[in-house]
Design a protein around this ligand. Structure first.
Ligand code: SF4
Length: 570
């Protein structure tokens, strides 16, 4: 706790107040080294019984300072003890010679304090750095103890206040921080300093008053000239889709095995996947499900018709503070209206962009009308009126949707017809594709909500309804055209599906297994596409954008950011 606090107060807050933790290459390596070291736990004899001390992996606590410390090694003679802490990396290089880093020094003081409370005399402590194989000694004098006690008091005060400290500014610590993808230091600072933009600007914003935003004034000076992209543009982990009838997903060690009766048809390492999606009559065995829960890899369940039925996931995040704030804001009409205006304006602008880019002959009148509807949203005064605006825009957009269906190649194949949007059940092939694509997007945003710490069922625009992931649907508005509709246009226009890939049953139309696989491929390709973030200027995959936007919304909900920037493309 103390070393995280000294490294970065925000990191301390995430780990010790919000209960968030993520591994980086550094922390994984450190954990691995400690695991090997911790295999042997020694007994530490009381000071009056000890002669020569050499005790490994000892856990001690201090009631006086409210500390618990796990000590890698304690060396000493009789009552004189020296804690030794093993560190990945190298010491700080100074003119006077190698020095322990400030965060490491504080950790050693904490260890010295617990040892002193148990009756040992501790004059110094040692940090051992693996990379340079050097021992660096730290004197435990009154000054450094005073520093540690003051840091402890400050850490407790910050935790009690419950307000996350601001991110570090352009700090070299951030690229090495395991929580950089959650913290988004540069992005948060950029969004903190945003001025309101004119409605026609590319990045639209909604404003909330300062009381609602936690009394934080806009800080334009914190807008840096450049945002460092401190995390990968794409996720290396892939979703796994299991669509075959009667398949069983089991596991052997860390490998998921998909079997058709007894025949092994696919093996996937659990480390390589981000989620598992099962369709219809697919069985996931108890041991496989349990391992996926432990590994925090959600399992999404779909009906054979592609309806998103639910999810199985692990115990999830401990971050209850975000959920408390979410419930509070969902009850505040000013907040919900502000968010809904932004969500609807973003959706309409993205629909307009899609028509402009893809329609064979985009109607200027429709484009102008969509622009006017989006620009008017800041003046709409109720959620009901916004629903009307959204409905009008949707009608105009879907009236033009058929003009974006331009299958390449073979003119002999029957073409797709599209009149208007219909669902439950979809009554033509294009609507069947759209419904399935929206189900996939709902699933992904439900997973993102869980990952960020939101309750996906408490929305701001979509009102609570039994079994409806309202917040996932809120976040989804602007992405419907950009991800789901684009994937549908792609499968139709590149002939990845033809009219033969559908089953007609009464008035309902569903996809065949091959049609569904084609859409899954197009959807994943779209999610993997790199796109320039309009606010941060770097390129990231759509899958990453979904998480980025959800994290920005979380900052708005907790009052750290005054405005939510909707995601719009040119
Ligand atoms: S990314 Fe930087 S600001 Fe954020 S928690 Fe880590 S060190 Fe602190």
């Amino acid at each position: 706790m103390l070393n995280e606090f000294v490294y970065c107060r925000r990191l301390f807050f995430y780990e010790w107040v919000d209960g968030l933790f993520a591994h980086s290459a550094d922390t994984l390596d450190g954990a691995h080294r400690h695991e090997r070291h911790d295999r042997k736990e020694d007994e530490l004899l009381p000071p009056d019984e000890a002669e020569r001390i050499h005790a490994r992996s000892v856990t001690l606590s201090s009631d006086t300072h409210g500390l618990i410390a796990k000590l890698d090694l304690i060396e000493g003679d009789g009552a004189a003890a020296t804690p030794v802490d093993y560190k990945r990396g190298s010491p700080k290089d100074t003119e006077a010679g190698p020095e322990a880093w400030p965060a490491d020094r504080m950790q050693l003081v904490a260890q010295a304090l617990v040892l002193r409370e148990h009756g040992y005399e501790v004059k110094d402590a040692v940090a051992y750095y693996y990379e340079t194989k050097q021992r660096v000694r730290v004197a435990i004098d009154d000054d450094i103890v005073g520093e540690a006690v003051a840091a402890l008091a400050e850490a407790r005060a910050i935790a009690a206040l419950g307000r996350i400290p601001s991110p570090l500014v352009d700090s070299p610590k951030c690229p090495r921080c395991s929580l950089v993808g959650i913290c988004l230091p540069d992005e948060t600072r950029r969004a903190m300093g945003l001025e309101p933009l004119a409605p026609e600007s590319q990045v639209s914003l909604f404003g909330v008053d300062t009381e609602l935003a936690g009394d934080r004034p806009l800080d334009s000076s914190s807008i840096g000239p450049e945002i460092r992209q401190l995390f990968a543009a794409r996720d290396d982990l892939r979703p796994l889709y299991i669509t075959g009838f009667g398949l069983t997903v089991g596991k052997s060690d860390d490998v998921l095995q998909v079997r058709d009766k007894k025949q092994l048809v696919q093996e996937v390492r659990m480390h390589d996947i981000s989620q598992v999606n099962v369709f219809g009559a697919v069985t996931v065995t108890g041991p496989a499900l349990q391992s996926l829960c432990w590994a925090e890899k959600p399992v999404a369940h779909f009906t054979s018709g592609g309806w998103f039925a639910g999810m199985t996931s692990g115990m999830g995040l401990k971050n209850v503070f975000l959920r408390i704030a979410q419930v509070r804001q969902a009850d505040d009409p000013r907040f919900t209206l502000a968010f809904a205006r932004e969500a609807v304006a973003t959706k309409i602008r993205n629909q307009r962009t899609l028509l402009q880019r893809n329609h064979v002959e985009p109607s200027r009148a429709v484009l102008a009308r969509l622009k006017a509807l989006a620009d008017d949203t800041p003046h709409v005064t109720s959620l009901e009126s916004l629903l009307g605006v959204e409905g009008t825009a949707a009608r105009l957009y879907f009236e033009g949707f058929a003009g974006m269906l331009k299958p390449e190649g073979d003119d002999e194949l029957p073409s797709f017809e599209f009149g208007h949007r219909n669902r439950r059940p979809p009554r033509d092939p294009v609507n069947a594709l759209l419904s399935f694509a929206y189900a996939l997007l709902t699933k992904d945003l439900t997973i993102v909500c869980h990952a960020v710490g939101f309750d996906p069922f408490i929305g701001f625009y979509h009102q609570p309804r039994f079994g409806r992931p309202a917040l996932a649907l809120d976040l989804m508005e602007g992405f419907r055209p950009l991800i789901a509709d684009s994937a549908v246009l792609s499968v139709v226009n590149t002939r990845m599906v033809t009219t033969k890939d559908f089953i007609h049953a009464g008035r309902a139309v569903t996809l065949t297994a091959s049609g569904r696989k084609a859409l899954l491929r197009a959807y994943e390709q779209r999610m993997d596409n790199l796109v320039t973030h309009p606010l941060f200027g770097y390129r990231v995959s759509y899958r990453r954008v979904l998480e980025l936007q959800a994290r920005l919304l979380a900052r708005v909900v907790t009052g750290e950011l005054p405005r939510y920037p909707g995601f719009e493309t040119r």
